[in-house]
Design a protein around this ligand. Structure first.
Ligand code: ADP
Length: 569
């Protein structure tokens, strides 16, 4: 088993490790990986005997404990429980009726309680002030119900460990869209929601051509108001400039690559955007740790491919042994069997290969790696279909009739916020955020020690540099680009998120999206000097390049940061 970092151990202790019994010690990380491997391997008994089960238990234990692959947090936390809820991602419907709204709220609370995150599209709700017809009175509108959902989310602590997370989408032709866009303006509001405007190609074309745009009543298709499309656009980019919200969800790009488009629309995603789902669907995720697949200065494609196949089997098994919050979610999930295998440690793979993140070489390698992972994932799902059968809606999918598939989707690039800490690597496909981190306790926010990135410390130790001075400077600023004593090559390889031109952030997102059937969760980081127009250009580029969504983060804007850069002077 790979040795875990102190920080990984701290996070595990605070949230993931079980108590062995009343008054007893916590399980060790090794116990945790064993508990998870055993639970997930149980699925094998449906098709094989106990020797198969044992064989896969060992494989799953190995890929997790070697930090080659980790499943999403709910799987690590809950596997082994009698009715374990193992998925991170859900989308629930919000119908235009009081009972519908509260039924879904109750279901969302149950999902949050067991560690899942929920996404909703609120566009079916009639606008604020609309008449409620025969009952009399006036509608509260989507914004008011989003606030209600946010408050309720804040009250449900997942096993006393973390609060839930939500994605709220409102389509760009909803009459309340401007109010929705301004919802998070004062930074602190709506802490448990990410907000995204549901954007259509037609709207983008109206913005480009500077045309008027109609806001439409969701029940009657009546145009309620006509305003210039650019008024909405300017409000969106202004909001994103102020606090990172709203992001955009590109509904037509999503639908164009929906493998089950015949079954209807997808118009919402899970909280961080990497999984577009139909209503009541859920999806479980896992990520391979790219930093572990560099061998003798090269990408070890052979071991990577093997791990991807084992990871796909793991995720398909999760669907088999999972317990679902209700029958509707169970039915929808079992019909399409969506899974999302992604990556973490991309920046650290590049570092080991001495390739700067902001280079065409990095983007090209990203395409090569993700295209390889996609092929291996689809092949693994195809093989599972031959062994276990295709997903029930396969005959309605783009894979029918040529290619039996076990899963309607296979890849997602998740943020890997926690599991990348456990694997002690960079998150998702993000560049390093800083070369020095002041960690804080997950729950209390209490500051801990300042750590210099180990790969940077190693590079400095190997060269003839004034080591102490450089480390001190990096501890204070979190960056090394300005340190003249360092050679150019080191300074460019160790560039951090805010030193990298936003266009490279977007290029990495697009490169990985090209080979990901679900979506990519990525933050395009911007310096605090960026203007709203800069954000507008990024949003437009993202749409043009067929991104499924886009999110920006301007340094020192109103939103809260999880990792603090350097410790300041
Ligand atoms: P992890 O590293 O914990 O496995 P990620 O940061 O990769 O998780 O997030 C993956 C998905 O997990 C998110 O898009 C969201 O659906 C869900 N998720 C993340 N954080 C939370 C949370 N606090 N509550 C509920 N769901 C969450």
């Amino acid at each position: 088993m790979e040795k875990l970092s102190d920080n990984a151990f701290r996070v595990l202790k605070e949230r993931y490790l079980w108590k062995k019994g009343v008054g007893e010690d916590l399980e060790t990380p090794e116990d945790m990986f064993r508990r998870v491997a055993r639970h997930i391997a149980k699925a094998e008994l449906k098709w094989g005997d106990s020797s198969e089960e044992k064989k896969w238990e060992e494989t799953f234990f190995r890929i997790m404990s070697d930090l080659f692959f980790l499943p999403n947090s709910p799987t690590l936390m809950n596997a082994g429980l009698e009715s374990a809820q193992l998925s991170a991602c859900f989308v629930l419907p919000v119908n235009d009726s009081l009972s519908g709204i509260f039924d879904t709220l109750k279901l969302a609370a149950l999902v949050h309680q067991k560690g899942g995150g929920t996404g909703f599209n609120f566009s079916e709700l009639r606008p604020v002030g609309d008449s409620l017809g025969s009952q009399g009175g006036y509608a509260s509108g989507p914004v008011s119900f989003i606030k209600l959902y946010d408050f309720a989310t804040g009250q449900v602590k997942q096993g006393g460990k973390r609060r839930g997370a939500n994605m709220g989408v409102l389509n760009v032709d909803h009459p309340d869209i401007l109010e929705f866009i301004r919802l998070k303006v004062n930074g602190k509001a709506l802490q448990n929601f990410n907000l995204s405007v549901g954007i259509t190609d037609q709207f983008m074309e109206a913005v480009i051509a500077n045309k008027n745009w109609g806001l439409i009543h969701p029940n009657s298709a009546r145009v309620i108001k006509i305003i210039p499309a650019r008024d909405i656009w300017e409000n969106i980019v202004q909001g994103a400039w102020e606090n990172g919200n709203p992001g955009l969800v590109f509904l037509d790009n999503i639908q164009a690559s929906n493998p089950l488009a015949k079954m209807g629309k997808i118009w919402a995603t899970n909280p961080c955007g990497e999984v577009p789902l139909m209503e009541y669907e859920s999806c479980n995720l896992g990520s391979v740790n790219l930093a572990r697949f560099v061998y003798q200065g090269k990408v070890d494609f052979k071991t990577l491919g093997k791990t991807v196949k084992e990871g796909i089997r793991f995720l398909d098994n999760v669907i088999e042994v999972n317990h679902y919050p209700n029958k509707k979610i169970e039915r929808a999930t079992l019909s399409n069997r969506k899974i999302g295998l992604g990556v973490m440690g991309w920046a650290e793979m590049l570092l080991q290969l001495h390739i700067p993140y902001d280079s065409q070489e990095a983007v090209d390698l990203g395409k090569e790696i993700m295209s390889f992972i996609q092929n291996e994932s689809k092949e693994a799902s195809h093989q599972l279909a031959l062994e276990r059968g295709s997903f029930p809606n396969w005959d309605k999918s783009i894979y029918h009739p040529a290619k039996p598939m076990r899963n309607a989707t296979v890849n997602s690039i998740a943020p890997t916020g926690t599991i990348s800490i456990l694997a002690n690597t960079s998150s998702s496909i993000e560049p390093l955020f800083a070369l020095a981190f002041q960690r804080r306790r997950v729950l209390s926010g209490e500051p801990l020690d300042t750590e210099v990135h180990p790969l940077f410390a190693k590079a400095i130790a190997e060269g003839a540099f004034p080591q102490q001075e450089i480390l001190e400077e990096v501890r204070a600023t979190g960056q090394c680009g300005h340190i003249a004593a360092l050679p150019y090559e080191l300074r460019s390889v160790f560039k951090t998120a805010l030193e990298i031109d936003p266009k490279w952030h977007l290029q990495h997102q697009i490169a990985f999206q090209q080979f990901t059937d679900n979506a990519v969760s990525k933050t395009v980081n911007l310096p605090s000097s960026a203007s709203p127009e800069d954000i507008g250009r990024i949003y437009l580029e993202a749409w043009r390049h067929k991104a499924k969504g886009v999110t920006v983060f301007r340094n020192n804007a109103g939103n809260e940061q999880v990792i603090y850069q350097g410790i300041g002077r």
